[in-house]
Design a protein around this ligand. Structure first.
Ligand code: CO
Length: 502
């Protein structure tokens, strides 16, 4: 006979399944809207998605949900999966319930207007158009932070939404250290006088062959094409409906062949993570990646730590020459260096592996400043440009290249940016542990065996889904807390060799 707890748990899982079905339906329809849908269908699809999101909201905030939360909160010691289920639904419930409903409605209106104003403002490179919207978005976010938590630091509350457990105190420490190390390394690279030529990649290559090499890389990595798809979309992304259907997109540029290859590898890293989550975690809401930052650690691990490594390049170089006879005559040395060229740029999404984190740290420092009221929205463009000059040595000439660059703030996402750089830091911590566990792993990679990397990630990270929060997971996998030490070491080693630094 089943006891009361088991009956309730069964009921809870059935309820959660309904929520999962709705979410995956929304995800399929959203994917379709980007990849396949005819233009004229936009308004109707909007209606459908609006209706389904309303149904999702009802399930997330119902009295029934409250009943489950109260029951399991009082049920005593829970196993790790049940604990994670409770934590996940409670966080969502509180997010909606602690903020007055009319505030959310006002805010959603503001955000949808802000995004189209931002687009217009960016096209005209005119920050003054967007400024009043940003001011309101920041005010709302401060209010939300106060509703959600009694924490002194409102920015901490926002950070916790995207990367649980991360605080300003911790980020000041790791980002501060990382920033100083990268800036120092960058100055050395600039002084080295070494010039890397990557012009042979910056050409038009046939799209079908770009796709072929992308599929080749995905297959090698272990992306399961029977449980996923690759399609084309202007902004590469990954979406998953469950662990048996994970889809990625890429974009074929005609001015740089590296772009689609690395976006396939990057999105492939996200996708493999989702495909690897075990079946037992279906219908729990925690059958997915642990957090934004951990997700980025997996995509960047494949893209940079593996994909741009000398070992992988050695394996990949002959494949590239075979696929693109246009590259004939390019030496391996030049090929490898061009895969890893360092070039400070103004645009985050086009940044190289070394300077990428600086773009994020600048955004973090600016968010921290406006959330604490240390700067006003009037001062933001100047602060942005000053930081670019100071860290990257270059300065935007207009608002479009500077303060208006990203859509995140217009979309209400304050506190999201740090996840990207945290991914780099987590990734290097995982690398350190992986090489300790399997010392010859990069020899295998050099021979085209990426399976050992995949198995290590699966066994140490992917199999847990979102059962553990990021800081807990890092500790569990590496035995250490979050720290920037290994990422700094990795960058120093790699770029000292490429740029002949003493
Ligand atoms: Co990503």
């Amino acid at each position: 006979m089943k006891n009361d707890f088991d009956v309730k748990m069964q009921e809870f899982k059935e309820y959660i399944s309904r929520l999962e079905y709705l979410r995956s339906t929304i995800a399929v329809l959203s994917w379709d809207a980007s990849v396949n849908m005819p233009k004229k269908s936009v308004p109707y699809r909007g209606e459908v998605l609006g209706y389904l999101s309303g149904e999702e909201y009802k399930l997330e905030t119902s009295d029934k949900m409250k009943e489950f939360i109260d029951y399991f909160s009082a049920a005593g010691e829970l196993d790790d999966v049940s604990k994670a289920m409770l934590r996940t639904v409670k966080k969502q419930y509180d997010m909606y319930k602690k903020v007055p409903e009319e505030k959310y409605t006002e805010y959603n209106m503001l955000i949808s207007n802000a995004q189209s104003v931002w687009e217009d403002a960016k096209n005209k490179s005119d920050y003054s158009m967007f400024k009043p919207y940003l001011k309101k978005i920041i005010e709302y976010n401060k209010e939300f932070a106060d509703c959600l938590s009694s924490s002194e630091n409102k920015y901490d509350t926002l950070l916790d939404i995207y990367e649980p457990g991360i605080t300003v105190e911790k980020l000041d420490e790791v980002f501060g250290e990382l920033r100083d190390a990268i800036v120092e390394l960058l100055r050395k690279i600039e002084k080295s006088g070494v010039k890397v030529n990557d012009s042979f990649f910056r050409k038009k290559f046939p799209e079908d062959r770009q796709e072929a090499i992308g599929r080749f890389a995905l297959d090698k990595m272990g992306f399961d094409f029977d449980a996923g798809r690759l399609d084309t979309y202007m902004h590469p992304f990954t979406t998953n409906f469950n662990n048996k259907d994970v889809r990625i997109t890429t974009f074929y540029r005609d001015d740089d062949v590296r772009s689609s290859i690395f976006s396939c590898i990057h999105e492939g890293g996200h996708a493999i993570y989702e495909q690897d989550v075990p079946d037992e975690l279906q219908h729990t809401l925690v059958g997915m990646g642990a957090s934004m930052g951990i997700h980025e650690s997996q995509s960047r691990f494949y893209e940079n730590i593996v994909g741009r490594s000398k070992a992988f390049c050695k394996f990949f170089y002959p494949e590239m020459l075979k696929t693109f006879p246009e590259l004939k005559g390019i030496s391996f040395e030049d090929f490898y260096k061009a895969m890893n060229i360092v070039e400070p740029s103004l645009v985050r999404t086009e940044a190289d592996e070394l300077t990428y984190s600086l773009h994020i740290i600048i955004r973090y420092e600016i968010e921290k400043a406006f959330m604490s009221g240390k700067v006003t929205v009037d001062e933001l463009p100047e602060l942005w440009n000053k930081k670019y000059k100071e860290y990257l040595g270059i300065e935007p000439e207009n608002d479009a290249e500077g303060i208006l660059q990203d859509v995140h703030w217009a979309g209400g996402m304050i506190g999201y940016f740090p996840s990207y750089a945290l991914g780099n830091i987590y990734g290097a911590q995982f690398l350190h542990k992986m090489v300790n566990d399997v010392p010859d792993i990069f020899d295998k990679v050099e021979n085209g065996d990426l399976d050992s990397v995949h198995q290590w990630l699966k066994e140490n990270i992917h199999k847990y889904g979102a059962v553990y929060e990021p800081q807990e997971l890092i500790k569990k996998v590496t035995g250490e807390e979050l720290n920037a030490k290994y990422f700094i070491q990795y960058l120093n080693n790699k770029y000292s060799e490429i740029y002949n630094l003493k």
